[in-house]
Every structure is written in C-alpha cells, then in structure tokens.
Write a protein that binds this ligand. Structure first.
Ligand code: CA
Length: 371
C-alpha cells in the first residue's frame, strides 16, 4: 500500500499547470517526495484512501492487446486504480486488426481481464479492418477462447460493436471535455473516429465530437529526438494514416515513450492461475520460469503501464511534462522536435529511476481485484 499510494496527492492539475512543479501537501515537489523520507511521512500522514479528493479520471482504454504483454499489464494497473477510485473506465477498444486469425480473440482477452476484475459488463469495441496491427499474437486465442477458465462471455471481434461506433456512443454519453482517450497500441481507431459522420449517437462529425467531449489524448509511443520507426505509430500499417491524424487531432496530445528499461511482470507469478494477466505474461514470455536473459529474467518492458499511470495521475505521479516541442513524422520515423512548438503537443518524462517506477507499476499490477 505504501508503494502504491506514495505519489498520490489530492492537488490534481492538468494541461497549462503542467509547466509548474506540482506541490504536494507537505510542500515538496512530487519528485522530491519520492526520493526522500518525505515519502514515508506523506504516506503515514495521509493514508491512500483519504488522499483521493477529486472525481475519478474518465478513460477510454484503446489497446493492441496480443502483440506484447504490457497491454495486459496496463489493464491490470488500470483496473487496480479503478478499484481505488482514481479512474472510471468508460470502455475498452481492441483496435488491432480483428479481421482474421487469432486477432479475432482480442475482445475475448479484454473481457476476460475485465471479468477477473469484476467488470464483466464494461463495453468493448473492436476493429473490423485488417490493415493495421500485428498479425503475430501469442496469447489471444489461448485466453479469449476459454470462457470456461476465465468466466467471460465475449469471445471474438464479431461479438462486439465496431470500435468507432462505441467511441461515438461513449463520447456522446459523457460530459463535455470530460473524457481521456488512452491509446497503448496503434491509434488507428482515432483516424476513423475523426472521419466519422453524424449518426444515431450524435449529430456531430467525428472531429467536432472529439473537440467537444475529449479533454486529452494520452499515447504510448516514442518521444526521443532522433527519428525511429516506432511500433505503435509507424509500423504495422499505421504510418500511412499518421500524418492525417497528427494534423487533424483537435485536443491536447501527450506522448509517453518511457518503459523499455522499466521491467515488470515476474511478481504476477504469485497471483492466481485464473488471472488472465498472469497467463498473458506466461504465454508471451514463452518460458516464464526459465527466461531468456535479454528479457531480464521473468520480466518485460512496461511502456503501456507507464502511459496508463500517467493518463490517470499526470504530474501527481512520477512524471514531468515538456511543453515546448512537437511530435513530428517523416520518412525516417517519428520524433520529438524541440525546434517546433505545437501548443497541443506535450512530451511525458519520468522523474524517478527505472527501478522505482518498476516497483510502483508492478505493485499495482498484482493488486487483487476489489470485489
Ligand atoms: Ca501495446
């Protein structure tokens, strides 16, 4: 509990306030708090449950579950923070190619995890297209097609609404400027959302609906200054859509690129075998107990958990923001360009060591469901 609650302050601020140091209740910045004895004092004086003073962040979770296991880890962290009252999960979206093969079972994995955490009715939407997403997945059918183990009832892409339909319904049903969109995979759904027309959910075009309802888009991707062909934003068919998305996206956009050297997952072995997140890691890492050294033993990188943590805690978590700059896309890939300044673009930075972040992330990944 100490590890989980250590960076939570009730003074929650977003957007323009990001440029200022966030002051916690004892007058120290979040970064200083984490690294010193102030942490222990803070947690001692303010138990975690009493530190939550504001409404939970409303999130649509958009994932390419299957090509890596950190998506499953991010869902575990997301649901743990939902159990703690920090986030309200509005819907989940499987936006990787859902047209054929094992990718069809992506929605089944989302439902299995949501059912494990006591949210079996949480809406799921899926990509019916086949041009964006990793065709190689390691655990979708093995989990999604086994409701007798995990107790879920959504199995395949054909069991759920189209991703754009669910996006539009969810946005229309919520207050203006209240929804955070979190993508931890290829942001292809957002391209089609912006292109969408008025329908039974809303008279607004996709772009106008996003402008009215969304407060910010947080993405896991890449934020270094040298161009790279990032998996989420450039590879697997996404690059041809990216310029259109970056040019037309109407709200603030936060890019989180940290996580490669923050390794987590081994502690999931202590959770029940009925935990589908545990199974996702076991299957993705293939031989969980006898791991390949390059994957640092039993662990895996944590890009998606870090983006998720930021989407919920912002600079009240172990993060800072770079506001001057812009996400750029060229034939060499994407990068953070400090010489350009797009006022809607923000780069997310970690303010703690890899080991400190790993401890926080993994502690959240193994919290038992609250039900
Ligand atoms: Ca992912």
């Amino acid at each position: 509990m100490v590890t989980i609650g250590v960076l939570r302050s009730k003074h929650w601020r977003w957007a323009t306030d990001f440029n200022e140091p966030v002051t916690s209740m004892n007058g120290k910045t979040a970064r200083n708090c984490f690294s010193g004895m102030w942490c222990l004092l803070f947690v001692s004086l303010f138990p975690f449950t009493t530190a939550i003073a504001q409404s939970p962040v409303k999130i649509i979770f958009d994932t390419d579950m299957g090509s890596d296991c950190d998506d499953a880890g991010a869902m575990a962290l997301l649901h743990a923070l939902a159990d703690l009252g920090e986030v309200e999960i509005l819907a989940s979206i499987f936006s990787s190619r859902g047209d054929a093969g094992d990718n069809q079972y992506g929605p089944g994995v989302l439902d299995a995890i949501q059912t494990y955490y006591g949210r079996p009715s949480l809406p799921i939407g899926a990509n019916r297209g086949g041009d964006v997403g990793d065709p190689k997945v390691r655990y979708l059918k093995q989990i999604g097609n086994h409701p007798e183990i995990y107790g879920h009832d959504v199995i395949k892409t054909s069991d759920v609404p189209d991703m754009v339909d669910l996006y539009r319904k969810t946005l229309a049903d919520n207050e203006d400027h209240s929804v955070v969109i979190l993508t931890v995979g290829h942001p292809i759904a957002l391209v089609h959302l912006l292109r969408s027309k008025a329908d039974s959910h809303s008279d607004l075009s996709g772009t106008d609906l996003v402008r009215k309802k969304v407060s910010r888009w947080v993405a896991t991707g890449y934020s270094e200054s040298s161009p790279a062909k990032n998996c989420n934003f450039v590879k697997q068919g996404m690059s041809e859509y990216l310029d259109e998305l970056l040019e037309n996206w109407p709200t603030d956009f936060y890019m989180s690129g940290s996580g490669k050297t923050v390794v987590t997952g081994a502690k999931l072995q202590a959770t029940p075998k009925s935990n589908p997140v545990r199974e996702a890691y076991r299957l993705w890492l293939k031989n969980w107990v006898r791991e390949k050294p390059k994957r640092d033993g039993k662990n895996r990188s944590s890009w998606d958990q870090i983006g998720t943590l930021f989407a919920i805690r912002g600079t009240n978590g172990p993060f800072s923001i770079t506001s001057k700059g812009s996400v750029q896309h060229t034939s060499r890939g994407i990068f953070w360009d400090s010489s350009e300044n797009n006022p809607k673009h923000f780069r997310v930075n970690m303010t703690v060591t890899d080991q400190e972040m790993a401890r926080l992330v993994e502690a959240l990944m193994i919290v038992p469901p609250a039900m």
